[in-house]
Design a protein around this ligand. Structure first.
Ligand code: HEC
Length: 316
């Protein structure tokens, strides 16, 4: 009797908690209209986006996961993926209000993160908006490029970002310039973009230079290319430069071929003095040993065959 009673109690408990959980999941999180229409007061810049990114990684990623990966914690209700349409459909004001107040498992960040930093997180999260980058949605950065071609995709704050790579022969340096378009369609240099330089090899690419640097105020960054790198038969090397933080700055890469390497000399093994050599004769001792061994083997076989024939003749 006691046993079945406790079973019923446990069943009721689970039913109740399930309805509570389901109730929470469906209840929309309403933000007062006045808060909803609040605009982001912080001006957007690459450094603000960068700051927002590191704050997001430190304070939000543990539950919401990496934007676009859908790898948030399985809490109920589920912390929305910031790259999802549902998350991006919120206004900046709504996001701010929800961070400010929290609900359920979502912590209250009112006193934890300064207001300007919360707006910086919102700027970072907006870099995943499909509305801004609809043309680029789903594009991924290629691993490599044919020499002389470039690739530009996702944009910086909704504007395309471009990278141009040049090789300066006299002092053997690669120069990359990063720029973006302003409202009037003019090219403007972008400062502080991390750019990596790579040397294309048959398998993968080799970094050129010690570490990844950032563009200066003219959007320029250069790296010295060591002389005498082994190239192909004409000394041609294939370089690639790319923006190394595409999440924040967008995808841009460029590639060039430069004849600054050491030409590769192909040694033909049939040219050497080897046993199988065609143009030169094999070393004498190899020839003597080879033909000596050949004569010995055939001689022995001939001797054996002639003796067998002799035995056969005797038998008849
Ligand atoms: C401890 C886990 C946790 C952390 C850390 C966390 N969140 Fe959340 N977040 C949640 C959960 C759970 C929800 C869903 C809450 C609900 O709807 O009741 C949520 C909801 C939200 C929403 C509303 C989403 C929607 O679709 O309505 C926003 C905006 C948000 N979080 C932003 C952030 C930001 C920005 C940070 C970092 C500063 C952060 N969260 C950190 C768990 C977390």
């Amino acid at each position: 009797m006691m046993k079945s009673n406790s079973k019923v109690l446990i069943a009721i408990y689970f039913l109740l908690s399930a309805t509570v959980v389901m109730g929470q999941a469906t209840e929309p999180w309403v933000v007062p209209a006045a808060k909803k229409s609040v605009k982001n007061p912080v001006a957007v810049s690459t450094s603000v986006i960068e700051k927002g990114k590191s704050l997001y990684m430190a304070n939000c990623k543990s539950c919401h996961g990496d934007p676009g990966k859908g790898n948030g914690l399985p809490l109920v209700p589920k912390p929305t993926d910031p790259a999802s349409d549902k998350y991006q459909a919120q206004t900046d004001g709504e996001m701010f209000y929800k961070m400010q107040n929290g609900r359920g498992a979502m912590p209250k960040f009112a006193e934890v993160i300064p207001d300007n930093d919360k707006w910086a997180i919102i700027h970072f999260v907006r870099t995943f908006s499909k509305k801004k980058n609809s043309a680029d949605a789903g594009k991924i950065m290629p691993d490599t490029l044919p020499a002389g071609s470039s690739f530009t995709s996702t944009s910086l704050n909704g504007k395309p970002i471009t990278l141009k790579l040049k090789f300066n022969e006299p002092d053997s340096t690669l120069i990359a310039t990063v720029s973006t378009l302003n409202e009037d369609g003019d090219l403007l240099p972008v400062e502080g973009v991390p750019v990596g330089f790579f040397l294309k090899r048959y398998f993968g690419s080799l970094p050129v230079g010690e570490e990844i640097g950032r563009t200066d105020k003219d959007g320029r960054i250069e790296v010295a290319v060591p002389r005498n790198l082994p190239g192909d038969t004409s000394g041609l090397l294939h370089f690639i430069a790319r923006v190394t933080d595409p999440e924040v700055y967008g995808i841009a890469m460029d590639s060039i071929g430069a004849s600054c390497g050491k030409p590769l000399v192909i040694v033909n093994i049939t040219e050497e003095r080897t046993l199988w050599g065609r143009s030169r004769v094999a070393p004498l001792y190899i020839i003597i040993t080879f033909f000596g061994a050949l004569a010995a083997v055939w001689g022995t076989m001939g001797y054996v065959v002639s003796n067998v024939l002799k035995i056969a003749q005797k038998d008849v």
